[in-house]
Design a protein around this ligand. Structure first.
Ligand SMILES: [Fe+2]
Ligand SMILES: [Fe+2]
Length: 242
């Protein structure tokens, strides 16, 4: 019988559970997925333009996803997600709203109108991670699983964006407006992931076993959802759907 990974974790200690989560952020199927090797060295310019539309659609709602976690959390977990939302809002500077960076990205590609039509026709599997997280955000009592899910996707950003930026350079997508969102998040999101882990460790009163299990379960859901989505994206682009 295959024992699910989350069944092997010690839930008797917050620190041991966080050690497991930290380890999971450094070792999981989505982290070094071959799709990102494809983006780094094989993706063509036309494919890049479509992939950047998909990245915009996936990321333009992250501020709201973060906001949806805040009402149900308390203490240090609420603190770190509030800080995360403030970062999403450019720390009060509208020019640094993360959605402003996405607008600049679209404009640099001359796609700020096309995205409205593209949204209606994009392949279903490109929303797997968003749908997976939103299934938790919209479930009563799902906030701890959503937090674990978000921890994983935040920790994926730097390794994924590093390869993507090399790929963008390779096809000549070198303008500051095109790259800004990705360059900025390479620095911001490892910090967000670390803050989320410390938010769990510092919770007072300490989280109970039940909540720790929920966080780990959400983290494992993100790994599964992301891995399937990257498999599908790799097939879609690699098999020349464009
Ligand atoms: Fe962001
Ligand atoms: Fe973030």
């Amino acid at each position: 019988m295959i024992v699910p990974i989350y069944a092997k974790v010690s839930y008797n200690s917050v620190d041991l559970c966080c050690d497991f989560l930290e380890d999971l952020t450094n070792h999981n199927k989505g982290l070094n997925h071959s799709f990102f090797d494809y983006t780094e060295s094989k993706m063509t310019k036309n494919e890049w333009v479509e992939f950047l539309l998909l990245e915009t659609i996936r990321n333009e709602v992250v501020d709201d996803e973060v906001a949806m976690m805040i009402p149900s959390l308390q203490h240090s977990m609420k603190q770190v997600m509030s800080s995360n939302l403030w970062d999403e809002c450019g720390n009060g500077n509208i020019d640094n709203f993360h959605t402003t960076w996405l607008r600049r990205l679209l404009k640099s590609l001359n796609k700020d109108n096309d995205i409205i039509e593209y949204r209606k026709t994009k392949p279903w599997f490109t929303s797997i991670t968003s749908n997976s997280l939103n299934s938790l955000l919209t479930t009563v009592g799902g906030v701890y699983r959503a937090y674990g899910h978000f921890l994983i996707t935040e920790s994926w950003v730097a390794p994924h964006f590093t390869k993507m930026l090399i790929g963008m350079e390779n096809v000549g997508l070198t303008s500051k407006d095109t790259q800004l969102y990705f360059i900025a998040h390479k620095t911001i999101d490892p910090f967000h992931a670390a803050e989320m882990l410390s938010g769990i460790r510092k919770m007072k009163p300490q989280l109970e076993k039940k909540e720790l299990k929920e966080i780990v379960s959400g983290a494992c859901q993100a790994v599964a959802a992301g891995s399937v989505m990257y498999d599908e994206l790799e097939k879609y682009f690699n098999e020349g759907a464009l």
